[in-house]
Design a protein around this ligand. Structure first.
Ligand SMILES: [Zn+2]
Length: 181
């Protein structure tokens, strides 16, 4: 409901003239939208997502090579895989997931840079995806070896990603109108 600007009678939204006093009604001026700072957006498309892709590639190599187990020689690694044969496919799957996460980061970067409509949502998904290989490996390793689930740096990474998810959700909901392509 709106009220007549002269006599204050209740009018329906689209009325042009007040039926009581005849005053012409003007719709509210659209509010000036202040220009939003875009520093974080620029950081994300020019640096962060490239870094995420590189980080994923490096992680993939660590898992494919078995370096993630802290063993640098081939025989040592073979010995580990003899004791826990399931660790090898888990490491390979984790490496593949890291490759996919890296490619996804590059795809999302392109969508964001082109102001695609779904880009902010894809970016938030990519943040979640970035932690997925770690989760798969941690759970797999724990099941296979009976070791405790995860470690402090891993938990910290999960918390950081959750905070990033929330902060970016807020950041990009305020800028939704910019992503129209
Ligand atoms: Zn009126």
């Amino acid at each position: 409901m709106v009220n007549c600007s002269k006599c204050g009678s209740e009018l329906s939204e689209d009325t042009q003239y007040c039926p009581i006093c005849g005053e012409q009604q003007f719709p509210d001026e659209p509010e000036e939208v202040p220009e939003l700072p875009m520093k974080w957006y620029r950081f994300v498309i020019h640096f962060q997502l490239f870094a995420a892709a590189l980080f994923s590639a490096a992680n993939a190599l660590n898992f494919f090579s078995g370096r993630v187990f802290g063993i640098t020689n081939r025989d040592g690694l073979k010995a580990v895989y003899r004791v826990y044969p399931e660790l090898q496919p888990i490491a390979v799957i984790t490496g593949i997931l890291y490759i996919l996460a890296g490619l996804f980061a590059l795809y999302v970067r392109k969508q964001l840079a082109e102001y695609r409509k779904d880009a902010p949502m894809l970016y938030i998904i990519s943040l979640g995806v970035s932690i997925l290989p770690y989760l798969v490996f941690t759970i797999g390793e724990s099941v296979v070896t009976g070791s405790s689930l995860g470690d402090i740096p891993g938990y910290a990474a999960v918390v950081i990603v959750l905070v990033m998810l929330y902060a970016n959700h807020l950041y990009f909901s305020k800028r939704k109108h910019l992503f129209v392509n």
